[in-house]
Design a protein around this ligand. Structure first.
Ligand code: AMP
Length: 181
């Protein structure tokens, strides 16, 4: 039973598989007794994920900067909503409150959060597992690019290997839980 931080889109994307992946992940986290930590919004995939975890009886902690409470429609039905003054505090709080990290499909906000937590791991600031949910091959171009970055000599293979990936929530959680054990 761990606290799993999930980064994902504040939009839904245009493939229903992304919404379904968020819902399945939320329900699976709750069923396995994990606490969900996320950005605290009601909108987009973020809202779908949180509601799925809550509906399955799970605990959900949201971390929302004050200036986004209206724009991202803060979710006031969570187990806990942590209000923070800015984006930096949001990421710091999410990281401090989590034992592992998952990125679902999303946009540049998702990418920024993922890359920051990965670089914190690479710099030795944490040893928490991290993984990509590669729904419908959304992250495949990025995974290919990361592997080519290794071959160009800009990324160590050991650092590349810190980022797991799997096509389904169940497979990704299975892999993360081995590292959390
Ligand atoms: P997006 O993937 O662009 O839909 O964004 C997903 C979430 O990331 C949204 O809640 C954004 O507010 C959030 N986000 C964007 N940039 C940052 C940042 N620099 N620090 C923390 N959260 C961010």
């Amino acid at each position: 039973m761990s606290r799993i931080c999930v980064y994902l889109g504040s939009r839904e994307g245009n493939n229903p598989a992304f919404r379904q992946a968020a819902i399945t992940l939320g329900a699976t986290l709750a069923a396995r007794g994990h606490t969900l930590v996320y950005g605290g919004a009601r909108i987009g995939l973020m809202g779908e994920l949180a509601n799925a975890a809550l509906n399955a009886g799970g605990k959900v902690i949201g971390v929302m900067p004050d200036h986004l409470v209206e724009r991202e429609q803060a979710h006031f039905g969570l187990t806990e909503l942590i209000r923070v003054p800015n984006m930096h505090e949001r990421k710091a709080s999410m990281a401090a409150n989590a034992d592992a990290f998952i990125a679902l499909p999303g946009g540049i906000g998702t990418f920024e959060e993922l890359f920051e937590i990965w670089t914190w791991g690479y710099l030795g600031l944490h040893e928490k597992p991290m993984g990509l949910l590669d729904t419908e091959g959304f992250y495949s171009p990025l995974l290919t690019f990361l592997d080519s970055t290794v071959s160009y000599g800009f990324l160590a293979q050991a650092t590349r290997d810190m980022l797991m990936d799997a096509p389904t929530p169940t497979q990704l959680l299975d892999a993360l839980e081995i590292q959390l054990a």
